[in-house]
Design a protein around this ligand. Structure first.
Ligand code: 5GP
Ligand code: ZN
Length: 145
């Protein structure tokens, strides 16, 4: 518990030493995760146009767009997937959706409609193991579910 307070990370990371190491690297501005594309983008190691950023998230265009508007809203902290978001981090999820809504307005798809997607784990086809929200719009997307 003392470790929690000192490090400011959730107990779940205590059980995932690799994730813990990554969180500490991000928090302390230390070495960037060389095996994470999104960490490398936010560190400036891979070039990408950042459309929006604040202390918690940043947004870029998807490199392989599936719709005329296809943005990714990405956490600055390395969280491998939605399933690893803990209670202390839940506010981040609301913030991601709020930012997505603002970007949808800015991109002109708020009225026509859009879809937010969070692929989570192998069955979803999640490719990049760093929490991100897809914002898709600009065409009729077809039904899901
Ligand atoms: P996932 O399948 O993990 O939900 O989605 C990852 C997304 O990241 C994919 O849609 C993929 O096209 C996108 N992506 C992968 N590498 C890069 C990159 O280097 N730059 C950008 N902008 N998008 C990327
Ligand atoms: Zn990462």
């Amino acid at each position: 518990m003392e470790t929690d307070r000192v490090l400011g990370v959730s107990p779940s990371y205590i059980y995932f030493p690799i994730s813990l190491r990554r969180v500490l690297q991000q928090k302390e501005g230390g070495k960037v995760n060389q095996d994470c594309i999104f960490c490398r983008i936010i560190a400036g190691e891979i070039e990408s146009d950042i459309l929006y950023q604040d202390d918690e998230v940043f947004a870029i265009r998807d490199i392989r767009p599936q719709a005329p508007t296809h943005l990714l809203i990405i956490t600055k902290i390395h969280i491998p997937s939605l399933v690893e978001v803990n209670a202390e981090q839940k506010g981040l999820l609301g913030h991601m959706i709020h930012v997505a809504n603002e970007l949808a307005r800015e991109q002109g798809v708020a009225e026509s409609g859009y879809r937010l997607v969070v692929n989570t784990g192998p069955h979803s086809g999640q490719l990049v193991a760093h929490l991100h929200l897809h914002l898709l719009g600009g065409r009729i997307l077809g039904r899901l579910g």
